[in-house]
Design a protein around this ligand. Structure first.
Ligand code: ADP
Ligand code: MG
Length: 242
């Protein structure tokens, strides 16, 4: 039997003012795989992610998770029941909650179970010692790791990340990309990472879906795309990699 994709998008379309900003887009992600949706600003990446998350409705197309229909134009599983984790650029920690309370935020169940889960998650990001600290007592990189622990705590089936590193300064960014990737790989979560930076996609993705004007124009392993770009626009888009 063929393996079931973790996430499958079929012919997804979203129009604003009659213009298709996501245009008949199809994409498959297998369990444990990191896929980058890579494309210039305005090509429809965030809109795609919002539809998968369930906070924006498509005009056409279907979203499937683990072989089950989650959303088409008639039927719709609510966002909070999709078991999809989110990390956005401005997805900061709640400053008035402790590290433990932040990580426990999306969890349900008895307090002791929640505490155990928080400890496990903080171990996973190597920050257990900060369990009773406040966000402002942590460095930017540590805060980012706590945010990752929080997003992974409910054991999401898919993690959606929308330019999660773009608010970080260059010095920190590479390091945080690497730790984030190893934590995600260890968790085995399927990831859809949105970025407009080719070097980020090259560094993090198992699979790159190159997007332009609402459509995927090329898809494949990072080095295949880098070495065999389909057209001139792709060449120039990649040319600022060093
Ligand atoms: P990206 O994340 O790739 O930068 P977006 O998905 O945010 O792109 O936006 C794609 C296009 O859709 C842009 O031209 C944007 O202006 C437009 N758009 C996004 N959301 C709305 C909206 N709510 N109303 C009208 N246009 C929108
Ligand atoms: Mg965006």
């Amino acid at each position: 039997m063929a393996p079931v994709p973790r996430l499958e998008i079929r012919n997804l379309t979203r129009r604003f003012d009659g213009r298709a900003v996501v245009d008949d887009l199809s994409l498959t992600i297998m369990p444990g795989q990191v896929t980058c949706l890579l494309g210039p600003s305005g090509c429809g990446k965030s809109t795609t992610l919002r539809m998968i998350a369930g906070v924006e409705m498509q005009d056409a197309g279907e979203i499937w998770v683990d072989g089950t229909l989650v959303c088409d134009t008639v039927f719709r599983v609510p966002a909070e029941r999709r078991r999809i984790g989110l990390m956005f650029q401005d997805f900061a920690l709640f400053p008035h909650l402790s590290v433990a309370e932040n990580v426990a935020f999306g969890l349900a169940g008895p307090a002791a179970e929640k505490r155990a889960r928080v400890e496990t998650m903080l171990d996973r990001v190597s920050l257990r010692r900060f369990i009773d600290a406040w966000p402002h007592e942590l460095s930017g990189g540590e805060q980012q790791r706590v945010a990752l622990a929080r997003a992974l705590a409910p054991d999401p089936r898919i993690m959606l990340m929308d330019e999660p590193f773009s608010g970080l300064d260059n010095r920190l960014r590479d390091e945080i990309r690497d730790t984030t990737l190893s934590i995600l790989k260890e968790a085995g979560t399927a990831v859809l990472l949105v970025t407009h930076e080719p070097d980020e996609a090259m560094r993090m993705a198992d699979d790159i879906a190159l997007m332009r004007q609402g459509r995927i124009v090329q898809q494949g392993a990072p080095y295949n795309i880098y070495n065999a770009p389909k057209d001139k626009q792709t060449v120039s888009f990649f040319s600022d990699i060093n």
